[in-house]
Design a protein around this ligand. Structure first.
Ligand code: PNS
Length: 165
């Protein structure tokens, strides 16, 4: 059985993430969406547990997608699955260097671990969780950016209408 791991911070999961998850679920037998810690990202909007719960709601529509979390190294987590492959989305060229670095480091730690990239859909090239968090602070319409199941959660957490301040 082929398994893909789609790792990320998902703070919160966006339509860009969901597009990658959906496309990955058509290629692999099983997809694990892994909510992991990114040491570079401080002051998250949602706790890891909240993100797992929100993604679980969103991916309930896919029969072969699961959600998990791990507080260690991604390269170690992947050893739980036989021949699992990491799948990530690549947006603009700005993603490339960081993603290339992570893929190389993961492969150094776990030489059997491959990373594959799906190019983001044009519509989501400039979409990120951080942009969504900022827009949410202004009470913006998020329907073009977020799965409908979590829009209320994000606006509520951002204190919508207060400009995020
Ligand atoms: O959505 P993000 O923040 O770009 O995802 C980055 C993430 C969470 C996948 C990355 O930080 C990660 O793999 N974290 C787990 C800890 C780890 O393995 N760190 C070494 C990365 S080279």
């Amino acid at each position: 059985m082929s398994t893909a791991i789609c790792p990320g911070s998902f703070d919160p999961v966006t339509l860009g993430h969901l597009n990658i998850i959906r496309r990955t679920s058509r290629i692999f037998d099983k997809v694990v969406v892994l909510v992991a810690y990114n040491a570079a990202k401080q002051r998250p909007m949602f706790t890891i547990e909240e993100r797992v719960e929100m993604i679980s709601r969103v991916v309930a529509r896919f029969r072969n997608v699961e959600v998990d979390t791990y507080d260690g190294l991604l390269a170690e987590y992947a050893k739980r699955y036989k021949d699992a492959i990491i799948v990530k989305g690549l947006r603009a060229s700005t993603d490339f260097e960081n993603e290339f670095r992570m893929a190389q480091i993961n492969k150094t730690i776990n030489p059997a671990l491959e990373t594959m990239f799906l190019t983001s859909s044009e519509k989501y090239t400039f979409l990120s969780s951080s942009v969504v968090r900022e827009l949410a602070g202004y009470g913006a319409d998020l329907s073009e950016f977020l799965p409908r199941e979590i829009i209320k959660d994000v606006l509520a957490r951002a204190g919508a209408g207060a400009g995020g301040r």
